[in-house]
Design a protein around this ligand. Structure first.
Ligand code: 4NP
Length: 159
């Protein structure tokens, strides 16, 4: 069973949105029991907190319920997950340092935007200090990349 971990900085905006967008698509496609999906933050500022209300509202408007509470990524995550999706370059760099502290890392660490097809973005931009449009951009990118991931998984073309 593929285990997927979405990672951003705080684990209250982008990565929980990634987790919940992916779960939403999995439910829609009847694949929920075939994947495990989680999210985490590279920082510990918001440990235990629910997703940001602005992210929750934006997701709800698209019919996506936001569940979960923030946790910090751990070296062991690199042994427990198959795919780790970094939302931006800074998350990716921080994750490489976390991976170095895992005795036997097996997860594939990728830039989430490598999956995206309908947008030019190379990062999922941090929406925390910006306006409402930032949360829409996050969801647009996540819906795009998550659908691509599932399409490639179904056709056995994930590389
Ligand atoms: P996230 O957004 O990484 O998408 O969850 C942020 C959440 C909190 C902070 C920064 C980004 N912060 O500085 O507290």
């Amino acid at each position: 069973m593929p285990r997927l971990l979405f990672v951003c900085l705080g684990n209250i905006c982008r990565s929980p949105a990634g987790e919940n967008v992916m779960n939403h698509l999995l439910e829609r496609e009847g694949l929920s029991d075939q994947f495990e999906v989680d999210s985490a933050g590279t920082a510990g500022y918001h440990i235990g907190n629910p997703p940001d209300l602005r992210m929750t509202k934006a997701a709800k408007a698209r019919g996506i319920a936001m569940r979960g509470k923030a946790r910090q990524v751990q070296p062991a995550d690199f042994a427990e997950f198959d795919w780790i999706f970094a939302m931006d370059r800074s998350n990716h760099a921080d994750l490489m340092a976390v991976r170095n502290r895992c005795a036997s890392p097996t997860a594939r660490l990728i830039h989430f935007c490598d999956l995206v097809e309908k947008h030019d973005a190379t990062e999922v931009p941090d929406p925390y200090y910006g306006g409402p449009e930032g949360f829409e951009t996050v969801l647009d990118l996540l819906e795009d990349g998550c659908s691509v991931f599932l399409r490639k998984w179904r056709s056995g073309t994930l590389d």
